[in-house]
Design a protein around this ligand. Sequence first.
Ligand SMILES: [Zn+2]
Length: 458
Amino acid sequence: MTGNKNGAARTGDKTGKYLENCTGALDQALDEVPAYRAWRQFDRGKGAPIDERYAGLPALTKRDMNIHTPAAFIPPGRSLAEGLKSGEIELVETSGTTEDKVINVWYQSWWNASELASWTLNAHAARVTTGDQREAILANPLNVGFRSERGDLPMEKRRLERFLFLNDLADPMAWTDSYCDRMLRELELFQPVTLEANPSLLSRLCRYILRTGKRAYQPSLIVLTYEYPSFIHRRHMAVVFDAPIMSSYGSTESGYVFSECEHGRFHQNVDYCRVDFLPFRDDCGGPDLGKLLVTTFDNPWRSLIRFDVGDLGRLNPGPCRCGRTAGMTLSLIEGRTVNLTVTPEGTPVTQARVDQGLSDVSRIDDYELRQKDESSYRLRIVCDTGFDPATAAQARDILREIYGPQARISVEEARDLAPGPSGKFQMVQALFPLNPASFLDPRFQPPVPGDSAAEEGL
Ligand SMILES: [Zn+2]
């Protein structure tokens, strides 16, 4: 976070190796990678401080990634065709809406190395992970794993190397009691060291366990990924499992970017990425709240500079109790920009803000909030122990506190909630377009290639 006199302190220690990686990644991209040719005009020059050079550059969006071919992001000396032919890499399309879909050059070795480094950022993960530990994965098969229409793939058909994929149904609303029992049985049989889970799906399994009084096999560590981890979902897990829970943050494009440490803060995976923080305006929740841009290091098959992952983070106000000081420390991942809503006055509200508020209502087991227009909000809640007016009133009061007196809030009971078409739940969403760029502190607004005002430095 350059341009702010406290920037260096706020974004953590940066060692020589880190600065070297930042410089190497940027010089290579600007000098040699075709996709960044139009960015050269924005570079403040090799003599300028590295943070300032980064701060002057555009952000790489998924749209940019679709304008260029995957080959345009490959550093020199490698051929996409040859890499595909030899099997060193493959092309993987991320799930999402048409606009969000990106074809990624997938290089497994780099991904594994990035994951291994991310485990050192949590004491529990560092203790139990080896890189070849047995791991059960509870995810939507639309995102990862094996899919079947009826959810009847036998266990051996859902094994891959050290992994067992517990779920083969794309629609979690189709889980029956016997399907949940199958997962519990397989956990017992497989005895995973780590359970990696989409938080809403693991919450669903935990609620079944709580409802039936059954017991679950206890892994040594639970790793949450794929989705924003709701405090409500984590509450279910904490009742069912003794294992520590770690949230792991990254994306298909960027690898592992932040890991939650044993004290609940998020530390940057500094050996594999740089993070640029674009603070929101003071009247929009900044400067501690902001957007995250990720630059990756040493992936020989893809140069990724200031990639807009579409997520928001909150800077930790001071050093973390765990003692890790390298790179940026976040107190929270605040959710995606597509999950922002606004108050009737137009102030942005993050998913985390809504989630923290509603997690105070102990009877809510799941929810979905939709903002229909600038001042109307519809909350649907699932209560396993029964919906009652007092719970609805409590939830309404919390939302009124968040959105203010002008907000029109309805609260209804829902029997169950379905994921979006990508297989991920959208717990909070505005049903009309917002422009998250307008919430950014203008001093940190990235220029847009082709924008003549920016090019002329105006
Ligand atoms: Zn920490």
